[in-house]
Every structure is written in structure tokens, then in C-alpha cells.
Design a protein around this ligand. Sequence first.
Ligand code: ADP
Ligand code: ZN
Ligand code: ZN
Length: 758
Amino acid sequence: MHPGWRLDVAVQTPAHSALGSLLSYASTVPMSPGTLVRLPLGRREVLGVVWACAERTTDDDTRELKAVAGALDALPPLSESWRDLVSFAARYYQRSLGEVALAALPPQLRELSSQQLARRLKRRAAAPQGEAALPPHPVPPEGAGLAQLGPGGAQADVALPARLDPPRGAGLAQPGPGGHVPAVEIEPDAALPVDLSAEQTAALARFEAGNGPFLLFGSTGSGKTEVYLRAVAALLARDDAAQALIMVPEINLTPQLEARVRDRFEARFGAGAVVSLHSGMTNPQRLASWLAAHAGQARIVLGTRMAVFASMPSLKLIVVDEEHDPSYKQQEGARYSARDLAVWRGQRECAKVILGSATPSLESWHHSRPAESDDPGGRYVRLSMPGRIGDGALPTVRGVDMSLQPRKTVLSGALLEAIGQRIARGEQSIVFLNRRGYAPVLACADCGWKSECPYCSAYRVFHKIDRTLRCHHCGFTERVPRACPACGNPDIAPVGRGTERLEEHLAELFEAVKRPDGSAVRIARIDADSTRKQGALAQRLAEVHSGEVDVLVGTQMIAKGHDFRRVTLVAAVNPDGALFSSDFRAPERLFSLLMQSAGRAGRDASYLATRGSTAEMWIQTHHGGHPLFQALRRHDYPAFARQQLDERRAAGMPPFAFQALVRADARTQEAAQEFLHAANTAAEALSHAAQVARYPAVPLAIQRVANVERAQMLVESASRIALQRFLADWQPLLHALRREPVGKGVIRWLIDVDPHAI
Ligand code: ADP
Ligand code: ZN
Ligand code: ZN
């Protein structure tokens, strides 16, 4: 009798089971790696991905293996390159293969039986839009070398890369399939609405002629989106199987973009050509998008960070819009950077990658060089588009020295006057304050009571609209007490200011002011609170676009991406907080947020010209001389980047060093720190310990959340390889420690590689 086959399968194991664990199952038939299977695990039946398949010999394996319950064989197997991406991400971010693999699949896939899935696929194929007529699935057959795949075949993969790229030669500079090098000439396309600017044309020509990765460094309003869309259009037109992945930070924030992509491509490539992938979708929607991408039917996947794992058999182009945006970093589970994985994936799959931003991350900037330079140092080709479409000028930046203002001034007289002028001319203003709620603290002047959260080391925020105190960390919410809970004083008062209070303040200030037609001034607010209801954000934004709002108050939600046409003034009323943060990335984030905010003003040069108006960005600050504001005033990102990179180089910080955090959560701070001390001691013996600096365990900035004490320890190395090897060796020791007495009090621990906030 044939002894059958052994499958090594990636399944979702508890987050901290041993790294890279694959479970073995028996099968009576061989299966290609990448096949999705259902299998018994404990008392449940779960979904798994076959990673390797080997013929069993009668004597090599005496273990009894459980049999797989069935294969979802209506679905083509996941490709080798997809599995490589997952293995790389698991290894690099120090998580288990199964965890990363399963998290990368649409959740609903876990619930479907083989029959249900087959029915669903049949229905899709029978759907209109001629989908059934599409070419067969283009994944190359992988059954060929099946029997040779030894045990752990998946683990014997390439050595850790020095950088986040796959090993040289993994397809770096090859032209697309068929050896066809695309012509540099860009076909004029009658279906496309506008003539490109000279800068856009030049950027596209460089893009077509090179291999990248590219860093599209373009001012706000320079027309970066148009460049992405043209690059995608050219690709889809010349290769009728090719797929493109367009990643954006938060899709919900920019409904405009999704509409633009659909408009542009659905007419030409069919209604199913564009699919979205983001967490705002229902599970059935996500599954449908995923299946369309996996089958090669969706030509464009537009998604958030999770889309970096989309299975796209003919992926040829990846766009990462606003590549600096912090939301590309996943903050739970495998803490991956979707931007970095996109670059890795692009090189692995010979897909060109464009990272775009007006304020690139300092990492990407550091790694880039101008397209015309032959400096071999940078690995990204930098395409610059400094001008705005229509020769529009970037807004004039005006600083207001708040130390010269009367105490407690919220909005300076000059700023109010400027906003008033906008109202009188029928133009729009944006007032930006990155703090939601009415006031960050409620306090009693008599006894000093403050609205602390009982469960966190943080204050609860006062929300006036429903008279609640809400903790923004654990969610604990209570009605505002009638009197001070400590001393009974009825006069408890808000301290500080959030967007809700700012909106109220503006409403009072402009109450007596009239618009040109004699009607009242309209003030609106956009933040996480005002847009909680489904559709609320889209509606608010539509009101702004159609001119129904005069002054828009909001958090960073209004700073990003929006193509407002009538906004001629943007004001940041209190940006100073981030200047002196202990987080070394705070200035970088602040600078990009302010540049992005400024970018919302004066986007339509002809609108300004016909009204004789100019665009302005106002900054109210106590530190007008700070180099950050100086650079902002000149819209000089390169100067800001140079100064920051000099500081980072001198201090040996990223991108000149590589970091990871180990975090421990426990009931007490001592227990969390003791675990990290023990981890530190255990690390001494590791072979790469000498190349890795280990810092003492410290409490997190917000030390306690939901009654859990949090501590972290930073490790750092000038060598990414050394750090990676160190972490890989350290990980099992941490698992072991967790089972020892010192790990008893620990609720969870995790490793965060290339952490964002330190
Ligand atoms: P960015 O992403 O660089 O901030 P967008 O791509 O949103 O800029 O472009 C800004 C505005 O200019 C958009 O309204 C866009 O439709 C328009 N636009 C882009 N390229 C052109 C062009 N070549 N001619 C005219 N308008 C353009
Ligand atoms: Zn009191
Ligand atoms: Zn709390």
C-alpha cells in the first residue's frame, strides 16, 4: 500500500507558539504547496495553507499523523512568491508563519467548506461582466518538484537580507515577461482627461525607463495621483493580464480617490476591474475582492496596508501613496510595515514600486537619490515634482508668535481677521487642531481633582456633546459628575482645548458675522467623533467640496489627501506639543502633518487667480525660530530632512541604526520589568549580543492602560543582519522565560521590529 503524503501546513497557532511552526498532516493524495486545506486542530476544524508536501516512506515516519479534512481545491494554490512574502514577513517581524499566513487571508475563507467555496466561485464565474470568459488562472503549475520538497523545505529559505530587499538576483533588473522593455515614449491616451504637466511627463518617462523602486517626491497638488494612474493605465494597456496594487493609508479618508480610480478604469477594463481591500468592508465583500484578485480578474487592487498581502498572480506594479504615513505600520499581531513589505514584494516579483509623498519618511529619503544622479548609494530612484499643477504657488506660511499674545489666547486677532476676510470673499478656511473632544482634562480648582481614568495613567477627555468623560485609551466612559467627586465643589471646569471646544469658540466669534449673501457663517467639524456614523465622513466632506462650509475645524483627518478646491487658508492653532516629545520621530510626523495641512490650501490655481486671492498657512507657535518651522516656511522638505538626518546620524538613530522593542504587559510594573531584565540577562549569551545594544527596561509613556502595566526594552544595532539574527535566537529564550516563574505575572509580550513610536 502507498504510504501517502505528508503535508507541512501553516495554521493559525497561538501568537506566541514557537516561531515558524508548521504542523504535519497526512494526505492520501499529493497537494501543491499553497493549497488551502481544512484540518482538525484540537477539537476544531481550521483553515491551513500547505507549505510543503513530501511522499512518506514506510520507515521514515512512524508517527501517526492526523489526516487533512479536505482541500479547498476549487481555488488555485497560493503562489510561491506569495508564500515567500509571508515567510519573509514572519521571519523579519518575528511571528509565526501560520499567524502571518492566516491573517493575510480574508477572514471568511476560514468559515467556508470546500463545497461552499466551489459554489461561490461558480456563481462568480456565471456573473455578468463576462468574467467567465477571462483567461485561465495564470499561476504557474507547481506540482513539478513536489516529491523533492524535503521536510522543512519552507524553512530552508534564503539568508536574512541586509536590507529589506530579497537577495540580489531575485529578479532585480529584469524587464517584464517576454523580455519586453517598455518604450520610454508615453502613449497619449484619448480617454484620459488632462494633459500632463512637464514634471509629470518627465517623472513618467523616468519611471517607464527604469526599474526602481521609485520615490515620487512631489509637492502637495503636484499631481502625483495622476502619475500613478497613468503608470497603471500604461501597464494595463500593454499587458492584458497585468495587475496593479495601489495602496493608500486610509481609504475612508479619501473616498475621492476610490471614485477617481473606478471612473478611470472601469469604463475601459470592465466593472470588475477595480476591487478594494480594507478593514471597512464586510467579510463577504473582502472575500469577493480577494477572490477576484487571486483569480487575476481584478486588474487593480486598491487597498490599505492589509492589501500588501493580496494574492495577485500577475502583479506588475505597486503604488504606495503617502508612503510616510504611520498607518502603513500594523500595530498589533505581526507589526509589519506595509511600505517596506511592498518594496520587498516588488523586488521578489519583478513588479515596479512607486513610493509617493510630499514629505517622504526619512528612511525612504535617505535611501533615495535623484534620477539623474549616478550616486550608487541610494537604492530608490527619486522623481521630483516640485511644482504645483497650473503653476499654483504653495501657500505663504505665516507664523504668529503666541508669546506676544495675551495669555489664554486661542486664536490670535490677526488670524481671525484673515479667516474673516475669507468668509467675506466666500472662500473656505481650515482650522487644524490634532486633539479631539472638548477638553483634554476636567479639573476642580478647589482641591485639584482631575478627570483621571481609574484604569489608565491618563486623563479622561471631556466630551461636551453628550456630557461624558471618555478615556481615549481604554474607552471607559462616564457621565460628567455634577460636582467634584473629591470635594463636592460644583465648579469643575475644562482645562485645555480640543476640536469640539474650538468649534464652539469659532461659532461664538463669528456669530455676528454675515456671509456675503447675508446668511450666517457655517462652521463644521471633522474628527473621529463627528464622523462615527456610517457615511458621516463622506457627507461632511461632500459639504465642504460643494461649498456649504465656511470654516472647517478638524484633526489630522482633514490634513490628508483631500483635494479641496476653495480652501485658501489653513491654520494650525497649537502644534507646539510635538516639538519636545521624547519620541525622536515626533518632529518628522509634525513636519509632514503641517506640510500636508498646508497642502490643502490653494490647490486650484485658477480659482485663486480669478478671485485675486492667495493661499496662506498660519502657524500659531511659541517657537517660531525652531528649525522645523523655518523649513516649513520655505516648504523646504529637503532642508528639514537634512537637519533631522544629521541629528539622527550623530545620535546613531534610524535610518543609521536598526531597532526593535520588546514589550511586556503585566499586572504590575515590577513584574513587566523583571521579565525584561531576565530577558536581557538571557540575551548575554547570544552570539550576536556584542553587536546589539540593549537598553534598560522602562515604562511606556502611557504606562498603564485598562489596568495593565506596560514596560519596554529597546535593542539596537548598526547591522540589520546582526539584529535579525539576534532576535531570531532570542525569541525562543523569551518563550521559555514566559513559562518560568519570572514570566508568571506577564500577561503578554511582543517584539516590534522597526518600531514607530519609542
Ligand atoms: P497630489 O496627489 O500630488 O497632491 P493630485 O494628484 O491630487 O495631487 O492633483 C491635484 C489636482 O490637480 C487634482 O484635482 C488633479 O485632478 C489635478 N491634476 C493633476 N494632474 C493634472 C494635469 N496634468 N492637468 C490638470 N489638472 C491636473
Ligand atoms: Zn474638588
Ligand atoms: Zn482608561
